[in-house]
Design a protein around this ligand. Structure first.
Ligand code: APR
Length: 237
C-alpha cells in the first residue's frame, strides 16, 4: 500500500542548528526576547519599518551562519526513498529558514514565508534577498524605493499555500509533526484535520506540544536523534 506522508515542521527541527525557537519553557524563546506585536505584524511594519527590518536582518545573518542538522538531512533522504517507491512526502514548514532546501528537500511549502526572500508591496514581485533589507532599497522589478518587505507571514496575515496543504493532507496516509508546539493556528489545527481525514498521526518533539493529545503516537527527544531513527525505521539505514 503506497504510503503518502505529510510532515509539518516547526522551529524545533532547526533548534540544534542554532536558530532559536519562539516559545520555550525556560522563557528564552525569541518571543520572550522580542515583542512579536512590535516586530511581526503589518501594523508594526507601518509604524516602525526600520525596527522590523533590523529584526529580520539579525535573523537573516544568523541563518547565514547556521547549518542543517541530521534531522533536515533525514527528511531529504526520506523524500527521495519514498519517491523511489512511488510514494510521496509533502513537507510543510512553519519555519522561514532554508535548512530543508539546503539538504535537498525538493518541494518545501513555507506556509509562513521565507527569510531569504523579499517582496515588493507595490508590484508583488518576489526576489531572493540574502543581505540586509533597508527602507531605501529599490524594487528590482518596478523600480520604486521603500516598497520592499520581508517575504514573511506576520501575525494577522494569511499563511501561504493553504489550498495545496489541504489537498496534500486529504491524499496522505500519515501526518507527522516535528518540533512544533501546536501553539499557532492554522498549523496547530492540521492534526485534527488529519484525524478527520482518517490519517494516522505522530508527534516527534522534545516536549509534548499543546495539542499532543490529538496524536496517535509520540516520540520525544531531540530532532537530530529522533528524526533519523524514525526515517531509518521507515526506509532502512
Ligand atoms: N528537537 C525537537 N523539538 C524541539 C527541540 C529539539 N532540539 N527544541 C525545541 N523543540 C520543540 C519544542 O518542544 C516546541 O514544541 O520545538 C517547538 C518550538 O515551539 P515554538 O517555539 O512555538 O515554534 P513553532 O511551533 O514553530 O511556532 C509556530 O509561531 O510565532 C510563530 O511564526 C512563528 O512559525 C512560528 C509559529
Amino acid at each position: 500500500m503506497p504510503q503518502n506522508i505529510f510532515i509539518l515542521t516547526g522551529a524545533g527541527i532547526s533548534a540544534e542548528s542554532g536558530l532559536g525557537t519562539f516559545r520555550d519553557k525556560r522563557g528564552e524563546g525569541i518571543w520572550a526576547r522580542f515583542d512579536p506585536m512590535k516586530l511581526a505584524t503589518p501594523e508594526a511594519f507601518a509604524r516602525d519599518p526600520e525596527a522590523v527590518l533590523a529584526f529580520y536582518d539579525l535573523r537573516r545573518r544568523n541563518l547565514r551562519d547556521a547549518k542543517p542538522n541530521a534531522a533536515h538531512f533525514a527528511l531529504a533522504r526520506l523524500e527521495h526513498a519514498l519517491a523511489r517507491r512511488g510514494e510521496t512526502l509533502t513537507l510543510v514548514t512553519q519555519n522561514i529558514d532554508d535548512l530543508h532546501e539546503r539538504t535537498g528537500s525538493a518541494s518545501v511549502i513555507h506556509m509562513h514565508g521565507e527569510l531569504l526572500k523579499a517582496r515588493c508591496e507595490r508590484c508583488e514581485a518576489l526576489r531572493p534577498w540574502l543581505d540586509d533589507l533597508t527602507i531605501s532599497d529599490v524594487c528590482p522589478d518596478c523600480g520604486r524605493a521603500g516598497t520592499m518587505r520581508p517575504h514573511v507571514v506576520w501575525f494577522g496575515e494569511m499563511p501561504l499555500g493553504m489550498d495545496l496543504i489541504d489537498r496534500a493532507l486529504r491524499e496522505a496516509d500519515l501526518f507527522v509533526a516535528i518540533g512544533a508546539s501546536g501553539a499557532v493556528y492554522p498549523a496547530a489545527g492540521f492534526v485534527a484535520e488529519a484525524r478527520a481525514y482518517g490519517l494516522r498521526t505522530c508527534e516527534i518533539n522534545l516536549e509534548a506540544a499543546d495539542n499532543a493529545d490529538l496524536f496517535d503516537e509520540q516520540r520525544l527527544g531531540s530532532a537530530s536523534g529522533t528524526v533519523p531513527a524514525w526515517v531509518e525505521e521507515l526506509v532502512g539505514p
